[in-house]
Design a protein around this ligand. Structure first.
Ligand SMILES: [Zn+2]
Length: 164
């Protein structure tokens, strides 16, 4: 697992080398970034202002698809239209988890939005929800409507009520 911070990365869509020493990227989540040294995909970390390799993401992290990006952007832009937010962030990291989108409301309520485009097991879903609950964060799971997200047959699906 590579732990090095990367300051120089290739922006694939723009076909440009980007150096964090000189500026911060605008909308970094919209682009694909490759490490300038090993050419593997890296991800911009807003908190530390550096790029990081995939290995630093939580275990169940998968490379981001266009659909997943769109889902995140939709909620990032739509949620504040109907909720009085004081903070919003993409890829909000806390502990070993990263919320796709994170909001803090004026009344102190914290909301994480998880956009799930790929299959997830009930067990993972429950574990991740519990971790949010432990930190007093409400989590809103958004599933891609194609019906394959929860990786168990539909007739085995149970609805689980979480107490906050
Ligand atoms: Zn590298």
């Amino acid at each position: 697992m590579e732990d090095k911070e990367v300051l120089i990365a290739l922006n694939v869509e723009l076909n440009q080398i980007f150096n964090l020493r000189y500026r911060r990227p605008k909308n970094p989540h919209k682009y694909t970034w490759l490490c300038n040294i090993c050419k593997k995909q890296v991800y911009y970390n807003e908190n530390e202002n550096c790029f990081k390799h995939r290995g630093l993401k939580p275990d169940d992290f998968e490379p981001e698809t266009v659909e997943h990006k769109r889902m995140k952007e939709y909620w990032y832009n739509t949620f504040p239209l109907v909720n009085p937010i004081i903070l919003r962030q993409m890829e909000y990291r806390f502990g070993d988890q990263i919320a796709d989108v994170y909001f803090e409301l004026r009344d102190g309520i914290k909301v994480a939005i998880e956009c799930q485009n790929s299959p997830i097991t009930k067990k993972k879903l429950i574990n991740r929800t519990k971790k949010y609950a432990e930190k007093d964060i409400y989590v809103l799971w958004i599933f891609n409507g194609s019906g394959t997200c929860v990786s168990e047959e539909k007739n085995h699906l149970t609805w689980i009520k979480f107490e906050f």
